[in-house]
Ligand binder design. Structure first.
Ligand SMILES: NC(=O)c1ccc[n+]([C@@H]2O[C@H](COP(=O)([O-])OP(=O)(O)OC[C@H]3O[C@@H](n4cnc5c(N)ncnc54)[C@H](O)[C@@H]3O)[C@@H](O)[C@H]2O)c1
Length: 337
């Protein structure tokens, strides 16, 4: 197979973790080619634009992008690049796996939960945000649609089938938010009937938070609306030791962008100690998406084996004494073996 992907090296630690990640992908020798494009501060300096048109065109052309974290300058009226990308490509599904890895400081072991979050509507529309003149009353719009709810719930069930998962939990607040969350829940109930082989249950969001902390093993795939998904996916990342090992995928009909959940970490940029695993796990999910499932599995296993056995090569954030480069090279050696 030969496939070209758009690669965005990003800002801060972005280029360092991207180099380590591409080293592992190269070691797989699976026919991937890279088209490097700019976004973020690098793009602002080079092209005068945080998200140049040519970058959008290349992502549209290749349909798949691997993206390092980007810095959105604070103030100055800059819109988040990540939000712009989601809107531009209608990347409606935000998929966030939370998987336990050996050697991490985490509350639980053997966690394997995927959160599927609606990424384009709900409470994050940024529409109708008003503050009254006296500053006393603020409001914003929450809008869920049948189309938006259907496609995200269907995506979650299809993912469950594809990955051999057993259960989908729809998380909502339909007892209070009777229209917006109610529509989502009704759609979830309807679509669940089309997948009798997958167990379906529904849970109110506040109870879900408690249940995740008390007994996370009852969850398999969670599907939910935008705001709840944002919060629950970080909670799940916390169960497995934080954002350092958290990948994310933003999926649409015409494009998919795979990224680490963490940011550009300016405090450690250039020091060679950033953990490349979140981006590497995102790359493993990208391989699955491209149909290279065996290679994706090999990457995850190589990370697991490296973290369990090569402590001298892993980065300090996960208790090692190695560097971004040594971590990447150790994983690359294992995927080749
Ligand atoms: N997807 C994205 O592009 C994305 C996501 C979040 C934040 N950001 C941007 O990143 C910048 C910095 O944000 P922040 O400081 O709030 O969050 P951050 O995730 O960059 O950093 C938070 C803390 O985690 C540490 N950290 C993050 N990634 C790490 C890694 N791979 N290895 C080891 N340690 C790691 C950092 O050193 C820092 O102490 C901001 O400009 C923000 O807008 C981008």
């Amino acid at each position: 197979m030969s496939k070209t992907i758009a690669v965005i090296p990003g800002d801060g630690i972005g280029p360092e973790i991207m180099t380590a990640t591409l080293r592992v992908l190269d070691a797989l020798d699976c026919g991937l080619a890279y088209d490097f494009v700019d976004a973020g501060m690098v793009a602002l300096e080079k092209h005068g634009d945080l998200l140049p048109q040519v970058t959008l065109e290349k992502i549209a052309e290749h349909q798949v992008a691997l993206k390092s974290p980007l810095t959105t300058p604070v103030g100055g009226g800059f819109t988040s690049i990540n939000v712009t990308l989601r809107r531009h490509f209608d990347l409606y599904a935000n998929v966030r796996p939370a998987i336990s890895f050996p050697g991490t400081k985490a509350r639980y072991e053997n966690i394997d939960i995927i959160t599927v979050r609606e990424n384009t509507e709900g409470a994050y529309l940024s529409e109708g945000q008003t503050l009254s003149e006296d500053g006393e009353t603020a409001q914003s719009i929450i809008r869920n649609t049948r189309k938006g709810s259907s496609r995200i719930v269907r995506y979650a069930f299809e993912l469950a089938v594809k990955k051999g998962r057993k259960k989908v939990t729809a998380v909502h607040k339909a007892n209070i938010m009777k229209t917006s969350s109610g529509l989502f829940l009704n759609v979830a109930r309807e679509i669940a009937k089309e997948y009798p082989q997958i167990e379906f249950n529904e849970m109110i969001v506040d109870n879900t938070c408690m249940q995740l902390v008390m007994n996370p093993y009852q969850f398999d795939v969670i599907v939910t609306t935008n705001l709840f998904g944002d919060i629950l996916s970080d909670l799940c990342a916390g169960l497995v030791g934080g954002l350092g090992l958290a990948p994310g995928a933003n999926i649409g009909e015409k494009a998919a962008i795979f990224e680490a959940v963490h940011g550009s970490a300016p405090d450690i940029a250039g020091k060679g100690i950033a953990n490349p695993c979140a981006l590497l796990l995102a790359a493993a999910d990208m391989l699955d998406h491209l149909g290279l499932v065996e290679q994706g599995t090999r990457v995850r296993q190589a990370i697991r084996d490296t973290m369990a056995n090569d402590r001298e090569h892993v980065t300090p954030d996960v208790g090692g004494t190695g560097s971004t480069q040594s971590f990447g090279e150790a994983i690359a050696r294992r995927v080749k073996a």
